[in-house]
Write a new protein. Structure first.
Length: 96
């Protein structure tokens, strides 16, 4: 089915995971086919990518990007690992 595959670690809130599980259950009932959580998440990502200019999607992406930036900034300010530039010139953090 998927010839060109890649693995991704996806971290979701429990609420979103629960909602996706409910959708998988409802879809299983409607289609009378087993629908896994992975199938639901893959479909949601695929459909979401078709709406790349959809204002609510862009607002959600912006909110998440800002939250990540804020969290990383707070971690650096609270004695987290210092950011440095690696040999490639990209920012890296030292692991403790």
């Amino acid at each position: 089915m998927f010839e060109n595959k890649a693995k991704v670690l996806l971290i979701l809130s429990q609420d979103i995971l629960d909602r996706a599980r409910v959708l998988a259950g409802k879809t299983t009932t409607v289609l009378k086919l087993p629908v896994s959580l992975q199938i639901v998440l893959r479909a949601l990502i695929e459909e979401g990518l078709k709406r790349d200019d959809h204002p609510p999607l862009l607002a959600n992406i912006e909110g998440q990007a800002k939250a990540v930036r804020q969290k990383r900034g707070a971690a650096r300010g609270a004695g987290g690992p210092p950011a440095s530039r690696g040999a490639s010139g990209k920012r890296t953090t030292t692991k403790r």
